[in-house]
Write a protein that binds this ligand. Sequence first.
Ligand SMILES: Nc1nc2c(ncn2[C@@H]2O[C@H](COP(=O)(O)OP(=O)(O)OP(=O)(O)O)[C@@H](O)[C@H]2O)c(=O)[nH]1
Ligand SMILES: [Mg+2]
Length: 462
Amino acid sequence: MKFKTHKKKIGVLGLREAGKTVFITSLISQIENSIEAEGRVFKDITAYVPWDNNTFEYKQYRDAFSHQEWPEKTKEKTSFKCSFEYKKWKYKDVNLELIDLPGERISDYLMLANTNFDDWSDAILSDLSIPRKVREHYSKYINYCSNGKVNESTIIMNYKELLYHFADNYITSSISPSTFNLDQEGKPIKRCKDINSLLNRRYVGIDAENQFAPIPKSVITKINEKHKKKSRKEKKTCADYQLLKLFRKRYELYRDKIVIPTFKDIAHCDTIVVLVDIPDILSSGYHKYNDIQRYVQHLVKCLNPQSPMYRALRIFSSKISSRISTIAFIAVKADLVRIGDIGNLKELLKKCIKNKMSVIQNVKQHYFVVSSATATMPVENNPNILVGNPTKAMKDGEPITRDKNDKNIGFEVPQIDNQWPEDNWAVENYVYPELFPFISRREDAPLNHINIDKVFELFLEK
Ligand SMILES: Nc1nc2c(ncn2[C@@H]2O[C@H](COP(=O)(O)OP(=O)(O)OP(=O)(O)O)[C@@H](O)[C@H]2O)c(=O)[nH]1
Ligand SMILES: [Mg+2]
């Protein structure tokens, strides 16, 4: 026990499958096995102790790698706390907390400052960050709400249809209530042929009984006007008034149960890490690129002192006098690109994000390129080829499914530039294989990584 403690609370954000769980698992494996870990800073770690009440299943996730499997998809927020000593600090030890957050919940950011349903409805239906192509569906929805024949099930179904168009057009960062995109069991929305059955399985609210959908301001004003002079008893028989009342109640429930806890967790962090999967953006195209930019824009709203979202966030954090002081954007899965292109990954990351973040003056910004669990090896004298164990491959011109016990093979990887593709974004030129991770049977072996130590150095900064 030392005189002082360096406390760090780090929230790890990113869209689905960005690599949050693997990132945290790798970082803990380096700290836990500091003697063997690569990177100067890990060598100075001693007296590591994980806390008893961790909900992040580190052992289970690390064990997956011993069986050449990736960790399971995360279903809910989890956290991992540990203490250790850093040889260079004589009088201080370190308490580190890492929080694995479902990044999709950021889409509910408009609910942060809009404490009531009426204001949120207006804010979401006039959100100009939605691309024009999908705004047409907004207009359809608003027209439907304005036709006077609205009832609970049809308005909810119409709103879900609208959100499905968002998902279908990669506008996932604007899907709110975010439970439609990522339900409370952590199941993400998937494209399917039978849209109606999909819409029935997804909820816009905390559960099937508590769903709600925004109502345009003009319609709310009309309802209020119509029922202004009616008694409470009379209002009870008016379907439109009752529906509005119901949605207001369900909105508050959703805000209390999902939005406030998520953003409270974020507000209590001093450092936010945002993982960005650039190979995935390159292989998906400009829809995904635009979606990441919108995602960052929502984050910017929460971090900009001029915004109402920031003020709402500060209310949660003021009690424990903490503040988000640092944000690190990390381009992950660097092992999927040619070694010579790793610098370009960083350039692409900065070019996608830095502009959006330029209005933020009160938070230190950092950019990294990382591979949390390297699953490839370079080949000497041939920079175009990497060696690894892809889950699928081509054999005699036919696609085949491979087994984790199959031998490693070499595969060609695309070259990436330091500029994002412009009009000629040919996604077929950016094919990255899904790989089995490298097997590491010894449980005390830290995962192979690139630059995890550089990020860790940031966590040790005051
Ligand atoms: N090649 C490579 N693949 C990675 C790496 N990190 C993650 N992956 C791949 O990305 C997938 C998702 O990683 P997770 O860490 O589970 O992603 P997540 O952000 O926690 O995902 P959710 O829990 O669904 O939100 C893994 O199953 C791997 O296929 C990496 O460092 N290198
Ligand atoms: Mg996860």
